[in-house]
Design a binder for this molecule. Structure first.
Ligand SMILES: [Zn+2]
Length: 379
């Protein structure tokens, strides 16, 4: 019997209409000076104001100056607002970028430093920050239950994850109705991120029985419901299944971390501007096929068949069909990689630490070949 360790320290409160319970949850935590950290879209559609009104004066301000792929400057601004209002609690309402910004800002605000000390200078995060509730409005990153935040330092041109058990939200409130307003492109990209999290947690070197179980359930839900949610944004059942898929995939990859497709996604986003989930999905099928020939091959073939596919290749093809149907980028050229210099840069920047988590060892030469296999010139 193998040895493993599993934990998921964030309470998961899930259900349609759950957002209505937020005031009583805030009451339970005895929060007094709350900052609402949210997205500009949630301010525009009135949701932020609704939450403020329901909190009966306990939410002192809204901070929404956060861009997609949040920057160190965004977290520092948020830290300043948390300190200005002497906040003892925060509510983070938004997609992965908002939740990632909140995680780091709530910690940094409880210190005398700014973000750079922990992100660029890599001082250890060794204490609890300001507690916060995470409320996702997309189905993708599962940031509401993970201990990692991905930030971008635009000055030093770095996009990297910052992880610590002190970055966990204190509570995850997941209400699928909040994802109904999610634009079609975001639904597509974040849904593909869920599939990437599931498959990478399954083949990643750190997989274990409980993460396998979560990964398989999440993948099944996402394969069955993503296209429905994409074509019928108001279909609450499909939205609910995608919310469930997202958080369940989080229960897997929070322990296993991600692997090769995510490592490749960082430069595709940072250097070529491809949205996160879409960037992961660009290489996901080729890594699934490659890994099905490696040491985990038998497990991947069996997983594919249990999900109703003929074999691993059939599952990989299905991802490509879904990408096509949702008008996602299919080739490296469509992703903006058009010259040999671009390809060189892409290969060089694809070796984040999670690349080592892939069961088949990836060398720069092999990676170049893999990228060329999804080039429109060679295919
Ligand atoms: Zn991801």
């Amino acid at each position: 019997m193998e040895n493993f360790y599993y934990e998921q320290p964030v309470p998961i409160d899930f259900g349609v209409g759950k957002i209505k319970e937020l005031p009583s949850i805030l009451e339970k935590f005895k929060a007094q000076n709350i900052l609402l950290i949210s997205a500009p879209s949630m301010v525009r559609n009135g949701m932020a104001q609704k939450i403020m009104d329901a909190a009966k004066g306990k939410i002192k301000a809204i901070f929404s100056d956060i861009q997609p792929n949040p920057t160190v400057q965004n977290t520092d601004q948020c830290v300043k607002v948390l300190r200005e209002h002497n906040c003892d609690f925060a509510v983070a309402l938004g997609g992965g970028s908002i939740l990632d910004c909140a995680k780091v800002a709530c910690f940094v605000a409880s210190t005398t430093n700014m973000t750079e000390v922990y992100f660029t200078k890599q001082q250890l995060i060794s204490q609890k920050g300001i507690p916060f509730i995470a409320i996702p409005t997309t189905s993708g990153t599962a940031s509401e239950i993970t201990n990692v935040s991905v930030l971008t330092d635009t000055v030093h041109d770095i996009k990297a994850p910052l992880a610590s058990d002190f970055l966990y939200p204190i509570y995850a409130l997941i209400d699928p109705t909040l994802t109904v307003s999610c634009p079609q492109k975001v639904t597509a990209s974040s849904g593909l991120d869920v599939i990437a999290h599931s498959l990478e947690a399954f083949y990643g070197k750190k997989h274990q029985p409980y993460t396998d179980m979560a990964a398989e359930y999440a993948a099944k839900l996402a394969f069955e419901n993503l296209l429905i949610a994409y074509h019928e944004p108001d279909n609450l059942e499909a939205r609910t299944k995608m919310s469930l898929a997202s958080v369940t995939a989080g229960m897997a990859f929070n322990l296993t971390q991600t692997a090769a497709a995510h490592a490749c996604s960082y430069p595709l986003t940072q250097n070529f501007g491809v949205p996160h989930g879409e960037a992961c999905a660009l290489t996901l099928p080729i890594f699934w096929i490659l890994n099905s020939t490696g040491p985990e091959g038998k497990r991947l073939e069996e997983f594919s068949r249990r999900l109703g596919f003929e074999d691993a290749k059939d599952l990989a093809n299905r991802i490509d069909e879904m990408k096509k149907e949702m008008r996602m980028r299919m080739t490296i050229e469509e992703a903006g990689v058009t010259t040999s210099e671009d390809l060189e840069l892409l290969v060089a920047n694809s070796f984040a630490p999670n690349m080592k988590n892939n069961p088949v060892e990836i060398t720069p030469d092999l990676l170049e070949k893999l990228y060329k296999s999804i080039s429109s010139i060679h295919s």
